[in-house]
Structures are given as C-alpha cells and as structure tokens.
Design a protein around this ligand. Structure first.
Ligand code: ADP
Length: 396
C-alpha cells in the first residue's frame, strides 16, 4: 500500500511517499514559496534530486505538481497517482477532541477549523493541504495526525493554568502541548531500546529543533509537557522566548509597544536569535562561541540551562526517571548543547560519557556511562514515518 504523508505550511508542502508496511521511502520532497516569486518543487527519489522551478499559485496547484512529479517523467516512482490509497496529514492543533490519529470526515474538518484560532499559523494551511489532497485524490482515504494528540493524557492538575476557572470553561484556555508525534515516536523507540514495556518506563523526552519541547512520559502516556496553549511556552527556542513573567507583556504595553509587536517579539525575535543578536541556528551560534562571541555563548548557555531546569522539574513529577532522550535537529546533532545540559546532573543519577556524546551524531545511541543510573539516549525522530504508520493502520 502506498501512503503519502503531507505536512502543509503557510507557503510550503513537505511530502514523503511510503510503501507500507515495509516503510520504504519511495520519494521525499518539498514545494516551497507557494504563491510567491520563485516557487519550486524539489524531490529526492532513486537517490537523485529533481528540481522544478515553476509558478505555483496555491496549495491545490502545489499538490497537483507533487502528484505529477511522483507519477511522470524522470522523477516518476509510481505508475498512476490513484495507486496512492491513503494520505496522512500532519495537523498541529486538535484541541481537546482528539487523543489519536483519525480518518478525516466532515466533522473532523469542522473541528480543525474550530481550533484554527488556537493555531492561526498552522491549522489553516494544514486544512488547505487536506482539501487539496481530497480534490486531487478523491478515492484515497485521508487521515489527520495531531501534534496535540499524544498529550491528551496529561492530567488536569498539569494542564490547567492558575487563572479563573471560567476562563477554561469559556475558552478552553489550558495546556495542550505540541510535537506529540515526535515525543510518542521516540518514547516508544526508547522503551524498545531499553528492553522494557512502553507502559513500564519513565522517560523525559527532549525534542530540540527550531521549536523545542520537553515531555514527561509515564505508563506509556504523556503526563506533562513544556509547551502550553500555544508553542510559545516552555524552554527557550530558536526565535521564541519560552517561559517569561506574563507581567512583562503589560509592562511593555505601558512602555508603548502594541500587542501585535509584543507577539511578534516573543515568537519571532526572541530566543537564540534575540539573545545572540546573530542567528536562530544552533550551528551558527556554536561556531560563533568558538570564535569568542560572548552574546552567542550566553544564548547557548541560557538555552541549555532552561532545558536542564525542565529535566529537573520532570524528574520530580515522574519521581525518578529511566532515561532522558534527546531528539530533533539540535538534540541529535549538537554535542556541546547536550554536554551543557547533562553536566552536573550527577545528584539526579545522570553521568554523561563525553566520548560517546561526541561520536553519537545523527544516529541512535547511548551517551551515558555504564554506571549512570539514568540512561541518556539519542533517538532520531521520524514524524513522517509515525504519520505513515498511523495512516496505514487506520485505513487498511
Ligand atoms: P525544525 O524544528 O524546523 O524541524 P530541526 O529539527 O531541523 O528543526 O532543527 C533545527 C535546529 O537543529 C537548528 O538550530 C540547527 O542549527 C540545528 N542543527 C542541525 N544540524 C546541526 C548540527 N550538525 N550541529 C548543531 N546543530 C544542528
């Protein structure tokens, strides 16, 4: 069975075509700059890179081009687009309604629309991707995989904010959490690697990419996570500030900033970029640190320190931990960041093996010493595979 995985953003569509259940990736690509100048599709298949620069006005055209690329010319990997029997879509916000992936029907679409005000940058393009796929592949089943779903198990004591209760009742203001597909995937894999039942491990999973979140996993469930109503809460990220005193917003408003400016500041101009004044990209910052850039050093130190604080909190929440897992672009690659986070955690039973840390880059592996009572592992995430897996399971 061929399963197409779609991750539609505001001006891009990322895609991967899988042969399931073998999980062979037949093609992987992205359409970028939809509706802008210089729109382009690039696809890797048969170990070749195919690039098509052409006008792509909207997501429907983008989806047309993806299907054409998959089924015709030199980039062809299938004979007929109708061979695609199912499409799995990444959807960011599923509100309180979804605790797992679902086959899409009109009610699911209405819910994704309803939650667009909680994820205005993500749910509308996700929906556009679903509609474009439905129009182009009317016979294929469509599945939605929500970033929030894995966190549906978080107990009320952890998902409520200390605001008046009717704010929750009226507006469903609460912690939802994100990156759920990734946390779930690496946590399950960690249980396998540890040789334990998923329902029987205590894990702290650290997804560190451009966006970053930390999750406490117990009894096979997410029981707390650092992102909240939106992905802005939690640890410091590439351009997001993470946790700040909410009173800073009122204070800045008094100083003449309007709410839109503060929103942009917190989401796009803060974090690694805001502190370093240089870049949101960890690679650039680590180079700058090596060259003696003090602001870059502060940014990397703050980033690592805040992750360490969350690990400490979740150690308490879980009452002990079997393993800490690092994943995402920074988690899988940035050895100096992992070293900063895990240094001086011995009272919690964490002892990092610096040689293993240095050599475990972009691959799975243990980076703690044999006598560390808490294991530390790198587990590369694979959200696309997780979506393909759920889509296959739900549509056979
Ligand atoms: P996204 O959240 O957009 O999926 P990624 O998971 O790809 O992002 O992570 C992007 C981050 O990973 C960037 O900060 C990037 O600098 C960092 N990263 C990727 N490769 C490396 C590397 N080799 N060394 C250090 N950081 C890296």
């Amino acid at each position: 069975m061929k399963v197409l995985v779609i991750n539609a953003g505001s001006s891009s569509i990322k895609y991967q075509l899988y042969q399931m259940p073998e999980a062979n990736v037949l093609a992987k690509g992205v359409v970028e700059r939809i509706g802008e100048a210089g729109s382009v599709l690039s696809q890797k298949s048969d170990s070749k890179e195919h690039v098509f620069e052409t006008e792509i006005k909207n997501h429907k055209q983008g989806m047309n081009l993806i299907l054409e690329t998959l089924a015709t010319g030199e980039s062809k990997v299938i004979d007929d687009i109708q061979d695609i029997q199912a499409v799995g879509h990444r959807v960011v916000h599923g509100g309180e309604e979804f605790s797992g992936s679902v086959v899409i029907d009109d009610d699911v679409i209405a819910s994704i629309e309803k939650f667009a005000d909680l994820a205005p940058l993500h749910n509308p393009p996700n929906l556009t991707g679903i509609k474009a796929a439905q129009e182009n592949l009317p016979n294929a089943k469509q599945v939605a995989c929500f970033d929030t779903a894995f966190h549906a198990s978080i107990p009320k004591v952890a998902y409520m904010y200390g605001l008046p209760y009717d704010i929750y009742e009226k507006y469903r203001v609460r912690r939802y959490g994100f990156h759920g597909t990734s946390h779930n995937y690496v946590a399950r894999r960690a249980a396998e690697v540890l040789g334990k039942d998923f329902k029987d491990v205590k894990l702290i999973t650290c997804h560190l990419g451009n966006g970053c979140s930390i999750t406490a996993v117990k009894d096979g469930k997410s029981i707390d996570t650092s992102m909240g109503l939106t992905p802005l809460e939690g640890v410091m990220m590439g351009t997001r500030c993470g946790d700040i005193d909410p009173a800073i917003i009122f204070y800045l408003k008094d100083k003449g900033y309007d709410v839109d400016e503060i929103n942009k500041m917190c989401n796009k101009q803060s974090g690694l970029l805001g502190i370093s004044g240089k870049s949101n990209d960890m690679r650039n910052l680590l180079e700058a640190v090596d060259e003696g850039d003090k602001q870059a050093e502060l940014a990397v130190d703050m980033f690592s320190y805040r992750i360490k604080k969350y690990i400490g909190m979740y150690f308490a929440v879980l009452n002990g931990v079997d393993a800490i897992i690092f994943t995402g672009g920074i988690g899988e690659n940035s050895t100096p960041v992992r070293e900063r986070i895990c240094t001086d955690l011995s009272a919690m039973g964490v002892k990092m093996d610096t040689a293993l840390n240095d050599e475990t880059v972009r691959k799975e592996g243990k980076i703690s010493t044999e006598d560390s009572s808490v294991n530390v592992y790198i587990i590369p995430t694979d959200e696309e595979y997780a979506i393909a897996h759920d889509t296959f399971e739900l549509t056979q």
